[in-house]
Ligand binder design. Structure first.
Ligand SMILES: [Zn+2]
Length: 621
């Protein structure tokens, strides 16, 4: 996932949306899963005893009821002659459970707001199949049901899912741990005007019946289960890549991401063949709360990266890189999240360098370093190491620091090993551990065995187990940014806007320029805006940097743009800092509340929970 700027948001979300409709059938108290050395602290399941190997879903999609209903048939392997299969569920209504096609008595534990309820099913050594008939809650945390008004076309509703980190259990009863992989198939029934797609082999056009079959032949962890249903069209790039979007957006999307085949070629050239068959993109309506989600075969994307000039495609490089780091070699638990995101951010920068050149990728590295410094200022010390113990906490609390800090650690290893040797190490790592869960200890063991001299030089402990950034960390430096900083300084000292070559710069340089400006008097902000039309920028990164600076500087000329930006998209990365800054003065807070009243219904619950907290708004019942 890209830049999940989550901290306590989902805790708040869980607290206000604990709407399990299921009467408890046991007296077991609600509690987090027991913490043991060998089990995932965020799952009730016991895969060391019984393992789910395949799931066959048969689900109807009901937009009126905001519900998925049907069956999940699980093929299991009972390794230990265990008597109980334990599954994770959250707010599911369980109607019936059968084992080898015979109904059985099951037990559903009390609901914990974060972890949900353990579903216990009696099994024995002969059990091969377990079928669960169930329905989701309208408030299922993984699912967002969009009214037609929230789509580009405005005529049809839209459904999208977000299963990472532990939300899959709110739409599929499963062993909801990244350490458990299974294959899946699905039969999905939707309204005839709509197309269904999943993280699987996908249809490329609607059919008359509104019934779609899916098959995912490679084993995936539950957090990569994904579904979207909407008025979608498909546009291919070549024989294995393409893009899905609403008809109103498909042209712009297809144009924006047309470098996809090149990015794919670069990624394979770096770290070996792509192992998932097709790689397509799905552009979602603007309320998707994240940048992107690396659902296998079908990356889910925010439309805010359609800038018109391909300037934000590094997000695609990130999600594509997850096809290796994350989807292929997967963090065994959410405590090892840096293995997914640190590797992916490093890989993203390498793809960018390959396709767009070193000077360009150094800018991204440097923006990343700025991000690390910002986060170190706010993330508590205990959460600053790459390995973070999240036992008992919502794993979505994992600090986003691990993205760039993890990437910088890998760059330190690269610099110590030399690039050819380091790349050889990574290719071997992705090959050897493909489709296997990876934890921090196992990674270190492999690193020690393969590159012992590099370990000596770099001291991984200083990165993995210590807060902050080691003093000898690599120092990304972009020459272009040095020029941009000089320009920002000269403007701060009174230079004319005409002397700033902003319209010749890339969007990264523009963002860095704006971020390098001190707080300016409003008239100086006005002059920049007048000259460069920054409040009208179509590039969401430039625009958000500018709007933040405008609030800091008390420049009200950007207010109309702020209102528009907060209303047309719901990506939390952009919403949070703007609302945060507005909440600092009574006048701006009133302004923010006025906007939020209108915008809130169009945001994803994940974003709503974050902004409710910032503005101290009580969620409507
Ligand atoms: Zn990611």
């Amino acid at each position: 996932m890209k830049r999940l700027v989550l901290v306590f948001a989902l805790l708040a979300l869980a607290a206000c949306r604990n709407e399990s409709t299921q009467p408890a059938t046991s007296t077991q108290p609600a509690a987090a899963p027991p913490a043991t050395a060998e089990r995932d602290p965020h799952s009730y399941s016991r895969p060391d005893e019984v393992r789910v190997e395949h799931i066959a879903l048969d689900l109807g999609v009901d937009f009126a009821q905001k519900q998925l209903a049907g069956t999940a048939r699980l093929r299991i392997k009972n390794n230990t002659n265990a008597k109980t299969l334990v599954l994770d569920t959250h707010s599911l209504t369980i109607k019936r459970v059968s084992v080898n096609d015979r109904d059985v008595q099951y037990t559903l534990g009390k609901a914990d707001p974060i972890f949900g309820s353990a579903l216990e099913i009696p099994v024995d050594a002969s059990t091969q199949n377990v079928t669960i008939e169930y329905a989701t809650s309208p408030a299922a945390k993984a699912l967002q049901w969009l009214e037609p008004a929230m789509t580009a076309g405005k005529k049809q509703p839209f459904l999208l899912s977000q299963s990472q980190a532990i939300l899959a259990r709110s739409w599929v009863p499963c062993q909801d741990s990244p350490g458990v992989r299974f294959t899946y198939e699905a039969n999905i029934r939707v309204p005839k005007e709509l197309l269904a797609v999943m993280s699987a082999e996908n249809p490329q056009a609607k059919n008359q019946q509104g019934v779609y079959q899916f098959r995912m032949p490679q084993p995936i962890p539950s957090y990569l289960l994904a579904i979207a249903v909407g008025d979608l069209e498909f546009r291919p790039y070549d024989t294995r890549t393409g893009v899905y979007a609403e008809p109103q957006v498909i042209d712009a999307a297809a144009g924006e991401f047309s470098d996809l085949p090149k990015l794919m070629q670069a990624a394979e050239g770096l770290y070996g063949p792509y192992k998932w068959g097709r790689y397509d993109l799905l552009v979602l309506p603007p309320s998707f709360p994240y940048g992107g989600m690396e659902n296998p075969r079908l990356t889910f994307l925010t439309p805010t990266v359609i800038a018109g000039d391909k300037s934000l495609v590094s997000l695609i490089s990130h999600e594509l890189a997850h096809s290796w780091s994350g989807n292929l070699v997967t963090n065994a638990t959410w405590n090892d999240f840096w293995l997914n995101e640190g590797f992916t951010t490093y890989f993203e920068h390498r793809i960018t360098e390959q396709v767009y050149g070193r000077e360009y990728s150094e800018m991204l590295w440097q923006l990343g370093r700025t991000e690390i410094n910002d986060e170190l200022a706010t993330v508590p010390e205990k959460d600053q190491p790459l390995y973070v113990d999240l036992t008992g906490r919502d794993p979505d609390e994992a600090p986003t620091l691990v993205y760039e800090k993890g990437a910088l650690f890998l760059r330190a290893l690269e610099e110590a090993a030399g690039r050819p040797r380091w790349d050889q190490f990574l290719r071997g790592y992705f090959e050897k551990f493909a489709f296997v869960p990876m934890n921090t200890a196992k990674f270190r063991e492999h690193l020690n065995a393969t590159l012992p001299d590099v370990v000596q030089k770099v001291n991984p402990d200083a990165w993995i187990n210590a807060p902050g950034i080691p003093a000898n960390a690599p120092q990304p430096r972009s020459e272009a940014f040095t020029k941009v900083e000089a320009a920002a300084k000269s403007y701060a000292e009174g230079a004319a806007p005409e002397s700033i070559p902003l319209d010749k710069w890339s969007s990264h340089e523009r963002v860095h320029f704006i971020q390098s400006l001190p707080v300016l008097p409003a008239p100086r902000m006005q002059m920049l805006d007048g000259r460069f039309g920054l409040s009208e920028s179509g590039n969401s990164e430039v625009l958000s940097a500018w709007l933040e600076k405008s609030i800091d500087s008390g420049y009200t000329g950007a207010n109309e743009a702020i209102e528009r930006f907060l209303t047309v998209q719901g990506r939390r990365k952009f919403l949070r800092p703007i609302y945060d800054k507005l909440a600092k003065t009574p006048e701006n807070l009133a302004f923010a509340k006025r906007i939020y009243e209108k915008a809130r219904p169009t945001y994803h619950p994940v974003s709503q929970a974050t902004i409710d907290e910032i503005l101290k708004v009580t969620p409507p019942r």
